[in-house]
Design a protein. Structure first.
Length: 128
């Protein structure tokens, strides 16, 4: 069954929410964010399959955008093999980096020395 206008709007909102949490570039240096924007652009507009091919022609840099827009076209047209666009992006979600805890160095041999002591050590080392 084809998605309703409400389902399409909900999917667009979900894609926009996911974008900052998706890897910006693929392992092949393809721009995932540009491809996601292309998919959203398609879902927001009234485009046919031909419009997709005209908007994103066969140049290598645009193949990825065309492919994801066509995936959305398949979903809108109730293709039996089509997934929700957001489901196809889910594998590229990354967790934000965990906060780094600041801890004191646990070195047993290190001693804190004053500036004067450090200068004396440097002068002594230069003499040798």
């Amino acid at each position: 069954m084809k998605p309703t206008p409400e389902e399409i709007k909900a999917e667009i909102a979900k894609l926009r929410e996911m974008k900052p949490h998706i890897r910006h570039y693929s392992l092949f240096n393809d721009n995932n964010w540009d491809a996601l924007d292309a998919q959203i652009e398609f879902l927001e507009g009234e485009m046919s399959e031909d419009d997709i091919r005209e908007n994103w022609p066969g140049e290598y840099a645009q193949e990825y955008m065309r492919a994801v827009a066509l995936e959305a076209w398949m979903w809108l047209n109730d293709d039996e093999d089509a997934e929700l666009p957001s489901d196809t992006w889910a594998v590229l979600l990354v967790e934000p980096d965990p906060p780094v805890e600041k801890t004191k160095p646990q070195s047993k041999g290190a001693k804190k020395i004053s500036g004067k002591t450090a200068k004396k050590s440097i002068k002594k080392a230069k003499r040798k």
